[in-house]
Design a protein around this ligand. Structure first.
Ligand code: NI
Length: 153
């Protein structure tokens, strides 16, 4: 378990496409554990592997909501979206800023868990926003590309 260095701002890796994970062995398990440590240390709700400099399609999410089980999404794909929300968001890779973006209000994701087993999960509100934001990271997209209104801080 270790806290990894978060890539920020103009770091070019943040614009790269992450690759599918095929190996669910020890290196991947350590990476996932480190991603949780790094996310919690930075007080984040979600983190994509690219943010710690690894171009693999892995996301961890913990909304911190009552009863929420921390989620690992490997090779996630959005298979359904519904509605929209316009709420503030930030990103550990864009420190000190936040903005309102348009996101779907309900998102269904198909992914593999940390053992490689396939599952589907649906989130609304904050979780839907996290799915959309974090899966964007895997394709080199940042919320700064989708800003409707920057917020003062
Ligand atoms: Ni982010």
């Amino acid at each position: 378990m270790a806290i990894r260095n978060i890539r920020i701002n103009e770091d070019p890796i943040l614009r790269k496409q992450s690759k599918k994970v095929e190996d669910f062995g020890r290196r991947t398990q350590i990476l996932i554990d480190d991603m949780f440590d790094t996310m919690y240390d930075a007080d984040g709700v979600g983190l994509a592997a690219v943010q710690v400099g690894v171009l693999k399609q892995i996301v961890v999410i913990d909304t911190g909501e009552e009863g929420f089980e921390p989620l690992v999404l490997v090779n996630p794909e959005i298979i359904a979206e519904e509605g929209e929300q316009h709420t503030p968001e930030g990103c550990l890779s864009v420190p000190g800023r936040s903005a309102v973006c348009r996101r779907p209000n309900k998102v269904t994701v198909r992914a593999q868990n940390r053992d490689g087993e396939e599952f589907e999960v649906t989130g609304e509100g904050l979780l839907a926003k996290a799915f959309s934001h974090e899966i964007d990271h895997l394709h080199g997209i940042l919320y700064t590309d989708k800003v409707e209104e920057w917020l003062e801080r």
